[in-house]
Design a protein around this ligand. Structure first.
Ligand code: NAG
Ligand code: NAG
Ligand code: NAG
Ligand code: NAG
Ligand code: NAG
Length: 399
């Protein structure tokens, strides 16, 4: 959400660039088999996808935010990117994101973020429309409800869907059959999105009573974007839920004075916030089931990011993480949970851990590459396990 503000309130906001990442994915048992859907959709029995299109917030943004922001702030500096790319790329992590692990499995090059692409050739394998700080609801929604929107990008989910429509017209200008073929043989990753719709208000002192009624609106907005993609011919969609916001170090820092009873004894996370996430994800699953019934032949798979992150937080050692710092930021401003957001990771005075691979949280809001790798499992262990996944691409990934 927010990137650079001075002073307390502003500092809070800047912490929260969009959230993107979240937890791992668990495929819903009721989902139709994506492989079957794709084969039927394209009538192409060779069994491969042609493109991947991704939408979302900072959990998925691979460079859109830094390519338009006049002052992108900490994400544009090391140690962001230190583990994998060895330079800042606009990813809110020490290395790769979930979407990067998917791209690697597909065997395509890491595609440029949408806002940095110039020609149709740049989008040969799809496009990533995700933008840090993005919300599912429009920026205007929050403006009308008197939130400060300085830290909320105008590029909400609906705007990203609009970008996709424009790109689709470029990829298949007037040929309807060609367009249908592209839609039917492409993978769509829609989310994680929605975390910022809750985080921005939380960091602006909104109460649970204010936030809870927003949940159905957030879910409705996600579902209407999915319906728009299906209307255009999408056949294979992955829809991650929100990750456990009550376990994020900056939130734990913000509410550090909470009563002992506010914390879940099993995790140490803030219960009321994790309950909000449960509510969001449960409603999302109900609406995805409705969407499946309305569109037989379309594969809509829920991805359980929340379950994956909670699994790590409850059994850190089993997953290779340090149990003593499981709720602490690897790189942060010191203080409780190393998440004092008056000082951001990359700024003078920030405290950085020696080994991000032992940490769940990278900067207090976003996760480490090590966690994103786990979160990606729910997607990759599904249909992606069966090659060939991608048509007509070379198998070497390069940035
Ligand atoms: C696939 O084949 C079926 C039956 O042959 C046909 O009805 C359907 O329109 C085809 N779909 C596409 C996308 O070409
Ligand atoms: C939130 O509450 C804090 C502490 O009471 C206050 O300093 C700050 O100005 C408030 N922020 C907003 C956006 O109202
Ligand atoms: C695809 O076609 C196969 C064989 O006709 C069928 O069994 C399967 O249910 C279809 N899948 C979907 C998602 O429609
Ligand atoms: C957070 O950092 C600021 C600036 O360094 C400092 O003044 C403040 O006391 C810190 N708060 C906590 C709770 O550590
Ligand atoms: C069907 O899949 C093959 C397999 O790899 C690919 O080369 C071909 O372009 C696909 N056909 C269409 C119409 O997309």
């Amino acid at each position: 959400m927010l990137l650079y503000l001075r002073g307390t309130v502003e500092a809070v906001a800047r912490l929260w660039p969009p959230l993107l990442a979240a937890a791992v994915v668990a495929a819903a048992a009721a989902a139709p088999d994506p492989l079957a859907a794709r084969a039927n959709g394209s009538n192409n029995t060779s069994g491969c996808y042609t493109r991947l299109f991704a939408f979302g917030d900072s959990l998925t943004d691979t460079g859109n935010f830094i390519s338009y922001a006049a002052a992108p702030g900490p994400v544009a500096r090391l140690p962001y990117g230190e583990t994998f790319f060895h330079r800042p790329t606009g990813r809110w992590s020490d290395g790769r994101l979930i979407v990067d692990f998917i791209v690697e499995r597909l065997g395509t090059p890491y595609w440029p973020p949408y806002l940095a692409g110039k020609t149709a050739e740049d989008f040969r394998y799809g496009a990533n429309f995700a933008v840090g700080s993005a919300t599912a609801l429009s920026q205007d929604f929050f403006k009308k409800r008197h939130l400060n929107v300085d830290q909320i990008t105008p590029y909400s989910l609906a705007v990203q869907i609009g970008w996709f429509q424009k790109l689709l017209a470029v990829l298949a200008s007037t040929d309807n059959a060609e367009r249908e073929e592209i839609m039917a043989t492409s993978l769509f990753l829609v989310g994680e999105i929605g975390a910022n719709d809750y985080i921005h208000p939380i960091f602006q002192n909104k109460t649970l009573g204010w936030i809870k009624p927003v949940v159905p609106l957030v879910v409705a907005s996600i579902v209407s974007s999915l319906a728009a993609l299906i209307q255009l011919g999408a056949r294979t969609l992955y829809v991650p839920g929100v990750f456990p916001l009550g376990c994020t170090p900056r939130v734990l820092f913000l509410f550090r004075g909470s009563a002992p009873g506010d914390y879940d004894p099993a995790t140490g996370c803030l219960r009321w916030l994790d309950d909000l996430v449960v509510l969001h994800n449960a409603l999302l699953k109900v609406k995805l089931a409705e969407l499946r019934r309305a569109h037989p032949g379309v594969s809509v798979t829920y991805v359980d990011y929340s379950g994956e992150v909670l699994g790590v937080v409850t059994s850190p050692r089993r997953h290779g993480f340090d149990e003593r710092t499981v709720l602490d930021a690897c790189c942060g401003g010191g203080g409780p949970h190393n998440a004092n957001f008056t000082v951001h990771c990359t700024e003078p005075g920030a405290v950085q851990c020696a080994d991000p691979a032992r940490y769940v949280s990278w900067d207090g809001l976003h996760m480490t590459e090590a966690v994103y790798r786990i979160m990606a499992r729910g997607i990759l262990d599904g249909p992606f396990a069966a090659p060939p996944i991608m048509c007509g691409c070379k198998k070497t990934a390069s940035l």
